[in-house]
Design a protein around this ligand. Structure first.
Ligand SMILES: C=CC1=C(C)c2cc3[nH]c(cc4nc(cc5[nH]c(cc1n2)c(C)c5CCC(=O)O)C(CCC(=O)O)=C4C)c(C)c3C=C
Ligand SMILES: [Fe+2]
Ligand SMILES: [Fe+2]
Length: 365
């Protein structure tokens, strides 16, 4: 193969205080997030982004007004480029963010100019959700058609238990647990909370595989640690809006641990880099909550970032996808999800490629 383009997908984050409101508008104007008809969605996105902006400004003020997501993703792209040496005559690793620059339209143009023969879409979300990976794949499919990018394209749908990802996250957790053990003294053993970004309940009820895959990742990391008495639980953070979201909520579990005077170790299990949800919500907001609730020790495990086993795992997924047809590829090749996950993109249908074929029947909000 002559030219292989790999496109890393992530959410994107504001790069200045002025970018916060348009970033939020883009997020709430996504049909995968709000499934109302276009004009209604546009109006709702205006209202919600205006209302959310002051809260988000406070969040990002802790990060000097900007998200570090893009620089982390650039580091991951550089590491992946090196790990893909020899996968094609020329490999280009690109970044397409869903809600802030570099946006999908910009990256489709870059990939077109690169002259790719094959395009592998690689979400930096290990667990598939219609609101994240599905949304990015759908946007890419629409934009590629609009700009006439005709190269063979295949997506990696998900890799919730990819051995490289699991090994990298388990090693970081082991490091934190060992450090905590050294200072625990007479305190009870810690509880590990695998904390994932939540979703509205109705998205899961519509067959979104995300929660099932988050549980698979958590169980795989716990199993890899091989500490038989480990006390662990999956929890969900970052609730926004008036709908009921999946639980248990991370903040409720922090308060429960406080009542038990139990040390806590929190693992961000659905993120592979640092941003507002880890550096502000988990470290600052939940750190303060833990202190107020009486949690005697509170530690947060790092995300995998560019840890070599994680990057090697991604490179393996890309090689596998590059050698396959056009149906979405998982860490095991085909479909991982149980039959109840009707929104799993691994279907036998010829239309399986790309979430664009899936009607956004389910409004997330
Ligand atoms: C697994 C990853 C994510 C899922 C699932 C997800 C769903 C989801 N998110 C919102 C609303 C917001 N998310 C915000 C920030 C944000 N979300 C993710 C990841 C997932 N979101 C990340 C990585 C980030 C951080 C971006 C950064 O700082 O770089 C925000 C903005 C911050 C805030 O105001 O709290 C909003 C809003 C919804 C509604 C949703 C599913 C329906
Ligand atoms: Fe989010
Ligand atoms: Fe699936």
């Amino acid at each position: 193969m002559k030219k292989l383009a790999v496109v890393l997908f992530n959410l994107g984050g504001p790069d200045s205080p002025e970018a916060i409101r348009p970033f939020l508008f883009n997020l709430f104007n996504d049909p995968a997030i709000i499934g109302a008809p276009k004009p209604v969605r546009w109006a709702l996105a205006q209202v919600i982004s205006r209302r959310r902006a002051p809260v988000a400004r406070e969040i990002y003020a802790n990060l000097d007004g900007r998200s570090p997501l893009l620089p982390h993703t650039q580091d991951q792209a550089t590491a992946l480029q090196a790990a893909l040496k020899g996968a094609a005559d020329e490999v280009g690793v690109f970044i397409a963010m869903r809600y802030w620059h570099p946006l999908t339209a910009e990256t489709v143009k870059r990939v077109k100019d690169f002259g790719a023969e094959k395009v592998v879409l690689l979400p930096l979300y290990p667990q598939y959700s219609s609101t994240t990976s599905g949304s990015s794949i759908g946007e890419w499919t629409r934009e590629a058609a609009r700009q006439g990018l005709t190269a063979d394209t295949v997506s990696v749908c998900c890799y919730p238990t990819d051995p490289g990802f699991v090994r990298a996250q388990a090693a970081l957790l082991a490091e934190t647990l060992d450090a905590l053990e050294a200072e625990r003294g007479d305190l009870p053993p810690p509880r590990v909370l695998f904390s994932a970004h939540g979703l509205p309940k109705k998205v899961i009820e519509a067959g979104d595989p995300y929660q099932w895959q988050v549980e698979q990742t958590s169980a795989a990391v716990a199993a890899h640690l091989n500490r038989p008495d480990l006390d662990w639980k999956v929890t969900y953070q970052s609730r926004v809006g008036p709908l009921e979201w999946i639980g248990p909520a991370t903040d409720d579990e922090i308060q429960a641990a406080g009542a038990e005077k139990r040390p806590l170790v929190v693992v961000p299990i659905a993120f592979v880099s640092e941003h507002s949800e880890t550096l502000v919500e988990l470290d600052i907001e939940y750190g303060e909550l833990a202190e107020q609730s009486g949690v005697p020790l509170y530690r947060r495990v790092s995300t995998v970032l560019s840890a070599p086993p994680f990057i090697e795992g991604l490179a393996g997924l890309v090689r596998q996808a590059a050698a396959s047809g056009d149906t979405p590829v998982s860490e095991k090749g085909g479909r991982l999800c149980p039959g109840t996950c009707g929104r799993c993109p691994n279907r036998t249908s010829a239309h399986a490629h790309g979430e664009a074929a899936v009607a956004p029947a389910q409004a997330a909000l």
